[in-house]
Design a protein around this ligand. Structure first.
Ligand code: NCD
Ligand code: ZN
Ligand code: ZN
Length: 344
């Protein structure tokens, strides 16, 4: 196969950041994705309808000429989120709210400290038809970082989905066989996103031969058996698993650092990297469902009308991306060869 045409895809988990980052991040995603679920972990976080709509407008203003990219902004849940916040956000067009356990990841210190205290808010979300997006890791100091996703399933996720059977829950950026199994066994109200890095890599790619800060993201890469489990679920074509890049830029100086930030900036190569993986799995026929169908179907939105075409052509991901602010970013998979390229 030398070309592959699929219905226009969407990215169901994305960080665009804000301010002087938007002229870089918005075109990167808008080049091939029609919509994106945009994460609210800004400083300060996006906690109400007004902030969400103002952020959406800043993203719209950063679109390239002629782009019809449609950013779906989300609400950042805190222990101060009220029922009214949810109702107002829903009325303003916000389709989902994001649960970060406090301290779990980048810019999550203002987030949820007591998860059970959020149950009245989940109840309103269930009634309003607002989706719950979850960064599923516990943050207890004594829990090993490689076990934090599984612990979250056992301690929290099973109770949430049982207590709120009509609440649509997306288990974001899953990294373990346990999460893949949990989502597969759960009701059709539960789905998951999977990133390119968790399909392409395992923890050896983070730690063998020296620490690789550009492969560091959260939840952290796991052992190869977990990577294999994720590859199997996308290969199966199950509609419960769909595309969410978790593209999350940090300046090179913040990644190559004694205390390096978590996040991989994959937007310029994301759809190509997924094609790369699906080809390795001999499952290119499953890419369209994963990238373009299962996400909107789960969210209850229309599938996109256009198409994109990928061509089989080797190209090399650049070593660095220069930004006007003088702080370059090292993209995910920098210097490596990808076999598929978006036809422009
Ligand atoms: N995935 C990451 O490693 N980082 C994300 C936050 C997140 O999605 O957890 C970021 O905002 O940098
Ligand atoms: Zn996360
Ligand atoms: Zn993320």
């Amino acid at each position: 196969m030398t070309t592959l045409t699929i219905q226009t895809p969407d990215d169901w988990h994305l960080h665009l950041r804000d301010g002087d980052m938007l002229p870089e991040t918005v075109p990167a995603t808008a080049r091939c994705f029609k919509r994106a679920i945009v994460m609210p972990n800004l400083v300060p976080p996006v906690t109400n309808a007004e902030m969400a709509m103002a952020y959406r407008q800043r993203i719209l203003d950063a679109r390239p000429e002629g782009s019809d990219f449609d950013p779906l902004v989300t609400l950042y849940l805190t222990n101060d989120t009220s029922a009214q916040d949810i109702i107002e956000a829903k009325a303003a067009g916000v389709v989902a709210a994001k649960l970060y356990p406090a301290g779990a990841t980048t810019n999550s210190s203002a987030a949820v400290k007591q998860l059970e205290a959020m149950y009245p808010v989940f109840e309103v979300m269930e009634q309003q038809g607002m989706l719950l997006l979850v960064h599923g890791e516990v943050t207890d100091h004594h829990i090993d970082i490689f076990d934090r996703e599984k612990e979250f399933i056992d301690q929290k996720m099973v109770h949430i989905v049982k207590r709120f059977p009509d609440l649509k829950v997306v288990f974001e950026h899953i990294t373990t066989a346990d999460a893949a199994q949990f989502v597969s066994d759960a009701s059709d109200k539960v789905a998951a996103t999977i990133t390119p890095q968790h399909l392409l890599l395992n923890r050896n790619d983070l730690l063998v031969g020296g620490v690789r800060p550009h492969n560091f993201c959260l939840p952290v890469l796991k052992r190869n058996t977990h990577q294999e489990a994720l590859r199997r679920v996308v290969q199966s074509g199950s509609p419960k698993f769909f595309l969410g890049t978790d593209s999350a830029p940090h300046a090179k100086e913040a990644k190559e650092n004694a205390c390096g930030c978590a996040g991989c900036y994959s937007a310029w190569s994301a759809i190509e990297l997924y094609a790369h993986v699906f080809e390795e799995l001999d499952a290119l026929d499953k890419l369209e469902g994963f990238a373009s169908h299962y996400g909107p179907d789960f969210y209850g939105l229309e599938r996109n009308s256009g198409t994109i075409t990928l061509v089989r052509e080797d190209w090399t991901i650049p070593d660095e991306i220069d930004l006007p602010n003088g702080k370059p970013i090292v993209p995910f998979f920098a210097g490596q060869t990808v076999h598929w390229k978006l036809q422009s």
